[in-house]
Design a protein around this ligand. Structure first.
Ligand code: SF4
Length: 558
């Protein structure tokens, strides 16, 4: 079947066709659409399977990436194939199970799909998950287009089972979100597997873990050999050798024809992607090593380096391959890339940045159209409940000289911008409560944390427990909009009505838990409650409730 799919959707479809029984995730741009595709298409997908093959498939949003990972790991233990998806900073949250699960004997195939966000379109940093796969010593697959994303995830489940190891698949924003035609294959369910009956390989007590670690290091030689077999080399022009990793291939191919023309070749027909894949010899095009699997082998790199005058490494994220090629003593031929400055160290690759790195002249810029387009800084949706909550907070703090407002990650972080300028820090998921607490501990007056309901469940609760246990003075505002608004209104893990009971369970005194409606008409009353709790020496929590408008739209549509 031919389908038009984004990279995220191709991964989701490939996972379904590979016979997953479980999909687990926490929303985060640019990975959210993987779970959304599975959930939106699950019923129709299952109905389309032959009756004998209609197994149970669960697709669940989880509290955070760590819980999602551990659920997928448990499914693997039980013998089922499972996918867990997240954005790059989500992998930081899941690092503990991720690195440790590299040591266990994976049973049902386990694939972690991580979508990196170079240029930080919707993230607080740039990370390269290939580095974290290397850190955990697990194989990493990196598709270069949507078709490969589909095919590769199917292979990844098999590879995970054959090698009894989790496999990390890395995407980047453009591949996650751009659409292309994808040829899907028939669903192939894995042979049923019983649950693991090998506790020695699943209980990571030191004596057992030592053996597992040794085994993992030994397996890495095989991962490298397998990657070497998959990464393809075409020896062509001796002038230049291009090493294109993942999506870097697409940026290179955009410029290949011009490079051939600029370097004395004539043949534009050699530049088509099809001919690359068929292994045809395209005249004077640069020699090309395509990397889609890690850890990389070194033989093909040596062959390439022996054939060409210089190398150019095109990779998104860190200079991961480039660093490995340079090693301590450098390479036998000049290496160009991020470390030497031909490709910018930060941000996404672009066709133009790769063009310049290839030594081609910049494209002429189009003349400005003469229209003055006003700036459109990000802002709350018109009528957003957070706007009213933040206004109430600002009214409560009016006249105060010494206070600290720590924000968390969500739409409310926009209150850092004009006209509000209401929050002073935003670092990572759950940090608002911890940072307000730390500041309060060392003498900061009127320490306030602002967090959404979804982020509170994600990783705010444990910080609140610390605050309660240590009787720290802080005021927590939970902006409860009943959803994860910023990523497109996915459901929060627990309904709004359960929040007060949960807070009491964590030890917050009932008298200092307030539930308010976040509406402009209640601003003065809400500000008065916040003001009175700012004077309280202890932990107080004010829940400001009103649904996200996007959530309401989605609910009405449903
Ligand atoms: S998506 Fe929802 S929470 Fe986010 S700004 Fe819009 S209304 Fe507010």
């Amino acid at each position: 079947m031919q389908l038009v799919l984004s990279g995220d959707e191709a991964v989701a479809r490939g996972a379904l066709d590979a016979g997953i029984s479980g999909a687990f995730a926490y929303p985060g741009t640019p990975s959210t659409e993987i779970m959304e595709y599975v959930q939106d298409n699950l019923a129709a997908y299952v109905a389309g399977l032959p009756e004998a093959e209609r197994g149970k498939i669960v697709a669940q949003w989880c509290s955070n990436e760590k819980t999602a990972y551990e659920s997928a790991l448990g499914a693997s233990f039980a013998g089922a194939r499972a996918i867990v998806s997240m954005k790059h900073v989500g992998l930081n949250v899941a690092m503990d199970p991720f690195t440790n699960s590299a040591l266990v004997r994976i049973n049902g195939g386990l694939v972690i799909v991580v979508a990196d966000d170079p240029s930080m379109h919707s993230s607080q940093d740039e990370q390269d998950s290939r580095v974290l796969a290397d850190f955990a010593r697990v194989p990493c697959f990196e598709p270069s287009d949507q078709q490969e994303a589909y095919t590769m995830i199917r292979q990844a489940f098999g590879y995970s089972e054959q090698n009894e190891v989790p496999v990390l698949m890395r995407l980047t924003t453009r591949l996650s979100h751009a659409r292309a035609m994808v040829q899907t294959g028939s669903p192939r369910l894995p042979a049923p597997k019983p649950k693991s009956n090998d506790p020695k390989s699943w209980i990571l007590m030191p004596a057992m873990a030592r053996g597992r670690w040794k085994l993992l290091l030994e397996k890495n030689a095989a991962f490298r050999r397998d990657a070497e077999a998959e990464n393809t080399l075409q020896l062509r022009s001796t002038k230049l050798g291009v090493i294109a990793c993942g999506l870097g291939l697409a940026y290179y191919l955009e410029n290949e024809t011009d490079w051939v023309a600029a370097n004395g070749g004539a043949s534009a027909q050699h530049s088509s992607k099809g001919s690359q894949r068929d292994g045809a010899t395209p005249g004077e095009a640069p020699s090309l090593l395509r990397i889609t699997r890690y850890p990389i082998g070194h033989d093909k790199i040596r062959q390439l380096a022996a054939h060409v005058e210089k190398l150019l490494v095109i990779e998104e994220g860190y200079p991961f391959v480039e660093r490995e090629i340079r090693g301590v003593f450098g390479a036998p031929v000049p290496v160009m890339g991020k470390l030497s400055g031909e490709i910018p160290l930060e941000g996404e690759l672009t066709p133009e940045s790769v063009r310049l790195a290839l030594g081609l002249p910049a494209h002429e810029e189009l003349p400005p159209a003469g229209i003055k387009v006003p700036g459109r800084p990000p802002q709350f949706c018109q009528g957003c409940p957070h706007a009213d909550s933040i206004s109430a907070l600002q009214e409560a703090l009016a006249g105060e000289a010494d206070f600290y407002v720590a924000s968390d990650i969500g739409c409310y972080t926009l209150s850092a911008l004009p006209p509000y300028r209401a929050v002073e820090s935003c670092v990572d998921m759950g940090a608002s409560i911890g940072m307000a607490r730390g500041a309060s501990c060392v003498g900061q007056k009127k320490a306030v944390a602002v967090i959404g309901d979804s982020t509170f469940y994600h990783s705010g609760m444990t910080n609140l427990l610390d605050a309660v246990s240590h009787k720290t003075t802080l005021t927590l505002l939970i902006l409860d909009n009943s959803t994860t608004g910023m990523t497109g209104a996915q459901p929060t893990i627990s309904p709004t009505s359960q929040l007060p009971a949960l807070l009491q369970g964590l030890g917050v005194e009932r008298d200092h838990i307030h539930e308010l409606i976040s509406l402009r008409k209640y601003q003065d009353e809400n500000a008065a409650v916040i003001r009175s709790e700012l004077a309280y020496e202890g932990v107080s929590v004010i829940i400001l409730k009103r649904e996200c408008l996007e959530y309401l739209k989605k609910a009405r549509k449903a």
